[in-house]
Design a protein around this ligand. Structure first.
Ligand code: NAP
Length: 280
C-alpha cells in the first residue's frame, strides 16, 4: 500500500492525470488525491496543460509512460475519440471522452459525465425510472446525460437546443440506442417534463441569460444543472432553491463523474466523503 497515504511518492506510485487547457483551476487533483490518501492507494493525480495540436503526441506519451489512465477536459473531449482503441456507448454517442483507461491492449475511452449526473440524482433521492425529461443543449454533455438517463429508465426524453439541426442529429443518434419517446424541440416550444436538465454552458457567468424561462422553474419539476462555479451557485440553482424546487447542482455531477472515473482506474469504490470534502 501506498506512499501517497504517508504523504510520499515512491518508485511504485501510479500516475493519473487531467489533460486539458486550461487546467490550473481544476478541482480534480484535490478530489482524486483526497480519495487516494483516504483509501491508502499509491496513486497521484496531476494536471497537464496540453495544446490542441499536441494532443496526439501527448496521448502517445502518456501511454509510453504507462499511466493507469487520465481524464480529458475542454477542449480535448471530442478530439480524443479517434485516439482511443475502444469506446463505451456514452462516449461513442456523445462524441466526447472524459476518461481513458490505459491497458496493455490499448486505450479504452469512456464518458462518465452522464453517469455522474444519474448518481447525483440518486444521491438527491430523485427517481428517474419512468419519468419524462427535458434536456437543454445537444453538445457532448447533453448527449452523455441523455444516454445515461435512457439507461436509468427515463421513459420520455425531449431535447431542446439553440441549433435545431444539432438537436435532430442527437435525436437520430439516440434512436439508434432503442430509447423510446424522443422529441426534439426548438427553444420556442418548451414541452412539459418532470426532470429538466441544463446541459448548456449558460450560468457559467453571472450575467448569462437563464437556460429556461424563470417562470418554468416551479413546483412539480426537478432541475439539474451541469454547470458548476466553485464557491458560488449558478442563477438556475439559486432560483430553484429560492422557490424550494428540487435541484441537483453541477458540483454533485462533478463529484460523481470523478467517482466513476476512479472506479474505472482502480476497480474499487473510492472514499466519496473524502472526495466531496476536497471540493466543498
Ligand atoms: P458543447 O459540446 O460545446 O455543447 C454546448 C451546448 O450548449 C450546445 O448544445 C450549444 O448549442 C449550447 N449553447 C452554448 N451556448 C449557448 C447559448 N448562449 N444559448 C443557448 N445554448 C447554448 O459543450 P459541452 O462539452 O456539452 O459542455 C457544456 C457544459 O457542461 C459546460 O459548461 C461544461 O463545463 C459543463 N460540464 C459539467 C460537468 C460536471 O461535472 N458538472 C461535466 C461535463 C461538462 P448549439 O448546438 O446551438 O451551439
Amino acid at each position: 500500500m501506498g506512499g501517497v497515504s504517508r504523504g510520499m511518492i515512491s518508485g511504485k506510485t501510479g500516475l493519473l492525470a487531467l489533460v486539458g487547457q486550461p487546467v490550473g483551476h481544476s478541482l480534480s487533483p484535490a478530489m482524486h488525491n483526497a480519495a487516494f490518501v483516504a483509501d491508502g492507494l499509491d496513486f497521484v493525480y496531476i494536471c497537464l496543460d496540453v495544446d490542441p495540436d499536441d494532443l496526439p503526441a501527448a496521448v502517445r506519451g502518456l501511454e509510453a509512460l504507462k499511466l493507469r489512465g487520465f481524464n480529458v477536459t475542454m477542449p480535448h473531449k471530442r478530439a480524443m475519440i479517434p485516439l482511443v482503441d475502444e469506446l463505451d456507448e456514452e462516449a461513442r454517442i456523445s462524441g466526447a471522452v472524459n476518461t481513458v483507461v490505459i491497458e496493455d491492449s490499448g486505450l479504452r475511452g469512456f464518458n462518465t459525465d452522464g453517469g455522474g449526473m444519474v448518481m447525483a440524482c440518486q444521491e438527491a433521492g430523485i427517481e428517474l425510472s419512468g419519468k419524462s425529461a427535458l434536456v437543454f443543449g445537444a453538445g457532448g454533455t447533453a448527449a452523455a446525460v441523455a444516454v445515461a438517463f435512457g439507461n436509468a429508465g427515463v421513459a420520455e426524453l425531449h431535447i431542446a437546443n439553440r441549433s435545431v439541426e444539432r438537436a435532430a442529429q442527437l435525436r437520430d443518434e439516440l434512436h439508434g440506442t432503442g430509447m423510446a419517446g424522443l422529441v426534439v424541440h426548438h427553444l420556442d416550444a418548451v414541452p412539459d417534463a418532470e426532470i429538466v436538465v441544463n446541459a448548456t454552458p449558460l450560468g457559467m457567468k453571472e450575467d448569462d441569460p437563464m437556460p429556461v424561462p424563470a417562470g418554468y422553474v416551479r413546483e412539480g419539476r426537478v432541475f439539474c444543472d451541469v454547470v458548476y462555479r466553485p464557491g458560488t451557485q449558478t442563477p438556475l440553482v439559486r432560483l430553484a432553491r429560492q422557490r424550494t424546487v428540487p435541484v441537483v447542482a453541477g458540483d454533485r455531477m462533478l463529484l460523481y463523474q470523478g467517482v466513476l472515473a476512479q472506479m474505472l482506474w482502480t476497480g474499487r469504490e473510492p472514499n466519496i466523503k473524502a472526495m466531496d470534502s476536497a471540493i466543498s
